[in-house]
Design a protein around this ligand. Structure first.
Ligand code: SF4
Length: 614
């Protein structure tokens, strides 16, 4: 009997440093249930394919041609820029294109910069993958600059959209309403993924498959996923199924657009995908009808949007080991592979008022310690790896303590990092146990210095315990990475400054991720914004997961301005360190700390100042 297969595709933009977990997890689940599935990482292929000499040069030429086409807008609209928001969307987009391309090419030496970056880009990509050159900080950080510069030039051909190594910025001239997102999925002037997929995606190879599953974990993947979904539907008979956390967060708005299921996909699986993927495999192999596929949203023959029964609670201990066998590790921008592993679903705290992380995930459940250790051991052996990213948002300290003991008992020599909550259970002994089992750093949710704000956020952490944990972690030799939330409603300028002072004082905290407070639709605060003095709540577009708001404290605009100016100054001040901000460079940080040790990485000073494209 011929088995109908599923292909799980990961799309740009995602950080191309290491393999993507969702495809590996779903492929393994479907195969374990006796069906066929494969994974394809189009994200890493995308970055490899676009970061070439030829593409940098041709993108610069395309940008200059497009500049000619929008130059006339300066004369027509240049004197009325204060009315920008009242112009039609295509004029706003054109004006931003004019601004971005002119800004680049009006700088002295722009042409030579294009040639220089084109000459250097392929070697810069090679440095990322080279086991020796990657670990020479001067070479790695120059290579990172070259990649950033190349992506900037490549983006100019599609300005004002922009691809970065860690983000994709869709057309900033418009909001994320369905109509605006849809327009971008058809507009090859601003959507770089249309021509990319047309040239590089093997649509003929889809003949083997019944369904292509595309995961949308974040906003940066929305336009690329919808673009690929559209092209597959237009060019093949294969069904397209969307899944992933981001899609879940906007599912109610998608359901209001029945044509979405004609233009971009056939199905959407909502919530945790593991059970739904197996159920989908059963459907395409004729075992169950479509209305019995768990957690599926689809359009029936009457044009009604149907939401099937939600999948039963997933037991983490019933999951099999993720299957990375379709991933070509040599494509990733790291010389040593860092494998992502997820131990649990949901968050064991789950009460922070601003957080929507666990939306779409079931209530907290975690693999048993032996299961978790078995999984890590199998991944080590099967793929010959020793570096891991434990990607759970927070794992209870008791679990981690036992896990560390088990890892050491088995003699596994691994290095890992993880996210964590300042839970009092992270005693010095537990941290020591974890460090000796290979924990190089934790990314802690520090959020704000002010105890009043922590209380308002319902973080459930004690500032004294937080300080104790950071000190213990530092003293036993671990790197401390912290995330900060600036501009929380009602935050005073003094409170903001207190948090900034903590970030600036790099004694105990070695790298940080500051972000702006965002009022998220699916967070606790999203349903009670007035409880913290937020008013005039308006949408950023139905396909966006945050709201605009007015605040009794610092305004949204001020927060953005303050954070950007602080961050830029901080980056400039620390531009000779290896990592002061650790947004998405977390895998490279792990590799360096594992290779050189914490203090070497902390104290290393580059002989040059890193350059940033603000
Ligand atoms: S911020 Fe972290 S600890 Fe708080 S609810 Fe979200 S995931 Fe849990």
């Amino acid at each position: 009997m011929i088995m109908e297969k599923i292909l799980f595709v990961s799309v740009p933009q995602w950080y191309p440093m290491n393999p993507y977990l969702a495809g590996a997890v779903l492929t393994a689940q479907v195969k374990n249930a006796g069906y066929e599935a494969r994974s394809l990482d189009m994200n890493v292929r995308f970055f490899n394919d676009i970061l070439t000499k030829e593409n940098v040069l041709s993108s610069a030429n395309t940008a200059l041609m497009k500049l000619e086409r929008v130059k006339h807008l300066a004369a027509e609209y240049g004197s009325r820029l204060n009315e920008f928001q009242s112009f039609p969307p295509e004029i706003r987009t054109g004006l931003l294109r004019l601004r971005d391309i002119s800004a680049f090419f009006s700088k002295e030496g722009a042409d030579s910069l294009v040639k220089e970056i084109a000459e250097k880009i392929e070697d810069a990509v090679a440095v990322h993958k080279d086991k020796e050159r990657f670990y020479i900080p001067e070479l790695l950080f120059k290579a990172k600059e070259t990649v950033d510069d190349a992506l900037r030039i490549i983006s100019l051909a599609y300005a004002p959209t922009r691809i970065l190594i860690d983000n994709y910025i869709a057309d900033p001239a418009v909001d994320y309403s369905y109509e605006n997102v849809k327009r971008q999925c058809y507009d090859s002037d601003i959507n770089m993924f249309i021509s990319y997929f047309e040239e590089h995606f093997d649509f003929d190879a889809l003949k083997e498959y019944a369904v292509v599953g595309i995961s949308v974990a974040d906003l940066s993947q929305l336009v690329p996923a919808m673009t690929l979904g559209r092209l597959i539907k237009e060019r093949t008979q294969v069904k397209v199924s969307f899944g992933g956390n981001y899609v879940y967060k906007i599912i109610n708005d998608i359901k209001k657009q029945p044509e979405f299921f004609d233009l971009f996909c056939d199905y959407i699986t909502v919530g945790d995908g593991e059970t739904a993927a197996v159920s989908l495999a059963e459907f395409i192999n004729g075992k169950i009808p479509v209305n019995e596929v768990y957690s599926l949203v689809w359009k029936n023959e009457n044009g009604d949007i149907v939401t099937n029964e939600t999948a039963p609670l997933l037991k983490m201990d019933e999951l099999t080991v993720p299957d990375f066998s379709d991933y070509d590790f040599s494509l990733y921008f790291s010389p040593d592979t860092v494998i992502p592993v997820q131990f649990g679903k949901g968050c064991y705290w789950g009460k922070c008022a601003f957080c929507d992380f666990y939306t779409g995930q079931q209530k907290f459940d975690i693999k048993g310690v032996l299961h978790a250790a078995d999984e890590v051991e199998e991944l080590c052996k099967k793929y010959n790896v020793k570096h891991f990213a434990f990607v759970d948002e927070c794992v209870p300290p008791l679990f981690y303590d036992r896990f560390a003991t088990e890892i050491k008992k088995r003699g596994l020599k691994i290095h890992f990092y993880s996210f964590a909550r300042f839970d009092k259970g992270f005693t010095r002994e537990v941290l020591q146990n974890l460090h000796s089992a290979g924990a190089e750093y934790f990314s802690w949710g520090y959020e704000a210095e002010s105890p009043r704000l922590l209380e308002l956020m319902n973080k459930g952490i004690d500032p004294e315990i937080r300080s104790r944990i950071l000190k213990d972690s530092y003293e036993i030799g671990m790197w401390n990475q912290c995330t900060f939330l600036l501009g929380y409603p009602t935050e005073t300028p003094e409170e903001l400054q207190a948090t900034i002072d903590v970030i600036r004082n790099r004694e105990l905290i070695h790298s940080c991720t500051p972000s702006n407070f965002a009022l998220k639709k699916n967070a606790i605060l999203g349903s009670e914004p007035e409880s913290v003095g937020l008013s005039n709540i308006t949408t950023k577009g139905d396909f966006h997961i945050s709201f605009n708001y007015d605040s009794e404290g610092i305004s949204m605009e001020e927060v953005k301005k303050n954070r950007l100016s602080f961050e830029q100054q901080f980056l400039v001040d620390t531009a000779d360190t290896l990592w002061s901000l650790g947004f998405t460079d977390t895998d490279h940080m792990l590799l360096y700390i594992a290779h050189y040790g914490r203090d070497y990485v902390k104290d290393y000073r580059l002989p040059f100042k890193k350059k940033y494209n603000f």
